[in-house]
Each structure stands twice: as C-alpha cells, then as structure tokens.
Write a protein that binds this ligand. Structure first.
Ligand code: AMP
Length: 141
C-alpha cells in the first residue's frame, strides 16, 4: 500500500489537526492517544513519511525509539504504574489502524486490564491533564 500523505498523523506533523502534545523535536512528535487503553497511553511518531517499520528510514526509526525511551521514562514517573508496554503494529492484520509508523507507550496498572484498542474516546480535559503530568516529568529530566 502506498503511503497516504493525508493520514491523521501526517496531518498532525504538518499542524493541520490538533493533538495533545507531550514532546516535539526536529525529528519526532509524542502525544496522547485519543482512545487510550490505559491512563497515560502515549504515541510517538517520526516526522518523516513512513507507513510502518519496514518503510521508514532507519535513522528516523532510531530517532523515534530515542524519544520513545525518553517519554516512556516520563510516563512511568508520572503515572507510577508497576508495568509499561511498548507496542508497534505493522499491517491491518496485526492491528494497525493509522498507516504512519508509531510506537504505543501503555502503562500497565493490573495485568490484562487494558481497555479495548482504538475504541473509546477519552475526555479531552483528562487527556490534557495527563499530558501535563508527562510534560512535567520530562522537564524534571
Ligand atoms: P494503531 O492501531 O497501532 O495504528 O494505533 C493507532 C492509534 O492512534 C490508536 O490507538 C488510536 O486510538 C490512535 N488515534 C487515532 N486517531 C487519533 C488522534 N486524532 N489523536 C490521537 N490518537 C489517535
């Protein structure tokens, strides 16, 4: 499948649609998942166009992983969950619904207790409060 330059994450990178941002640098963007599977569920994307792990230049994957590590540490500090999972899906069969490479950072509070994937929209005010906690943890180093 050819990369769709109008996918929702590409439009966020271009600033055409809003997101609840926690971090941005020259190569990557991190923001709250609009349908979180757990409180603190955050997404990290490279800014470069790439549908999935296979199609994205390795240096952009590396930048996204660096940001994923940094944001995961901040999410862990901000939410103090005993566990945290990082996932990344390639292809609709694997569960991918947005075709721009992204890494999910999902806290685990109780084993097996996640909400369904990409199903229920969260209250935007709650997402903003969660993002503020993660931004504060990032600022604290
Ligand atoms: P995947 O199914 O791995 O492609 O994940 C896509 C994720 O993007 C899902 O967890 C959705 O909840 C999330 N998502 C979809 N639209 C938005 C949006 N506008 N802002 C933030 N997250 C979104």
């Amino acid at each position: 499948m050819a990369y769709d330059a109008n996918n929702i994450f590409a439009r966020m990178v271009r600033g055409e649609i809003p997101c609840t941002r926690v971090h941005e640098d020259a190569d990557t963007l991190a923001f709250m998942d609009i349908m979180p599977q757990a409180d603190g569920h955050t997404l990290v994307i490279p800014k470069v166009a790439g549908e999935n792990l296979y199609e994205t230049p390795p240096e952009s994957v590396a930048a996204a992983i660096r940001t994923t590590q940094r944001v995961a540490r901040a999410v862990q500090r901000a939410f103090a969950a005993p566990g945290l999972v990082v996932t990344q899906f390639n292809g609709a069969t694997a569960g991918q619904t947005v075709f721009h490479l992204h890494f999910h950072i999902v806290p685990v509070y109780t084993a097996g207790a996640w909400r369904p994937h990409a199903r229920e929209k969260a209250d935007p005010a709650v997402l903003e409060e969660h993002a503020a906690r993660i931004r504060a943890a990032l600022a604290a180093g």
